[in-house]
Write a protein that binds this ligand. Structure first.
Ligand code: PEP
Length: 261
């Protein structure tokens, strides 16, 4: 069984006090939760060093990740942060291709590919965010959009790179809207993604974790995680409340126990 992966994306939110609160809440959780669930927090750049320090002192197996990474090596790129620097700080993972970066900062597929290459070369794991817009879905183009986001990049990276990638399916219309996709829509798309990867390599497709993101909370995450091709969650808004976030991890581990039995 693929290990459950629950990640929080704080976006442009959070201060030092929230890092302390989150780490404190997480450190009160039982060992069993950590065994069953890989937990990550994707934080704004300036909070990374502080969070990594706190995490190391606590000994928690929490993964601290960045929400973005430069597509370039060190150099004259004002305002950018290199993958090598992130790795040196102790950052273990990075979000690439989040829909807010695609829409608000014009990130294209070639740029996203460069970011993934930089991240991998620096030893960072990648959570690769993909998803269709409302217009795509209304026009029946949602599978095609996902195929376009995946195929060329996989060919360029090489299929083996997927062993260091978690794919986050995040329909743009579900992010921050309070309107999560239905379990049917989610399972259908996750299965489509796994089948598509399977055409490259069956074993990698079987091991690949595909997580869902978009308006998840403690009321709906259980049903979503029951879906056979859903291996976890990327959580925005609800991850800003540490007790809400850990309750999502607990619901996830309970669902996994039910599925195993
Ligand atoms: C996200 O930002 O990746 C996300 C899923 O946000 P929200 O949970 O707030 O919809």
């Amino acid at each position: 069984m693929r290990k459950l992966f629950i990640a929080g994306n704080w976006k442009q939110n959070g201060r030092l006090a929230l890092v302390e609160g989150a780490l404190q809440t997480l450190s009160q959780q039982p060992e069993a939760m950590w065994q069953d669930c890989e937990v990550s927090l994707f934080l704004p750049y300036p909070l990374l060093d502080f969070a990594i320090d706190k995490k190391q002192m606590s000994g928690l197996p929490l993964v601290i990740g960045a929400q973005n990474v430069s597509a370039y090596a060190d150099g004259a790129y004002t305002g950018e942060v290199s993958a090598d620097l992130l790795a040196e700080l102790g950052t273990k993972a990075v979000l690439v291709g989040h829909s807010e970066r695609r829409a608000l900062f014009d990130e294209s597929e070639p740029l996203i590919l460069e970011k993934m290459k930089r991240a991998h070369a620096a030893g960072l794991n990648v959570v690769w965010c993909i998803g269709e817009t409302q217009l795509d879905r209304e026009g029946g183009q949602h599978f095609e959009r996902i195929r376009t986001q995946l195929v060329d990049t996989i060919r360029a990276l090489g299929i083996a790179a997927l062993s260091k990638i978690v794919i986050a399916y995040e329909p743009v219309w579900a992010i921050g809207t309070g309107l999560a996709a239905s379990t049917h829509q989610i399972q259908e798309m996750h299965q489509y993604i796994r089948d598509l990867i399977s055409d490259f390599d069956k074993n990698i497709a079987e091991q690949l974790r595909i997580i869902y993101g978009g308006s998840l909370n403690r009321d709906n995450i259980g049903q979503v995680l029951m879906m056979p091709d859903v291996d976890g969650a990327l959580v925005g808004g609800a991850s800003l409340d540490p007790s809400h976030f850990v309750s999502l991890c607990h619901i996830g581990t309970e669902v996994n126990k039910k599925l195993e039995s």
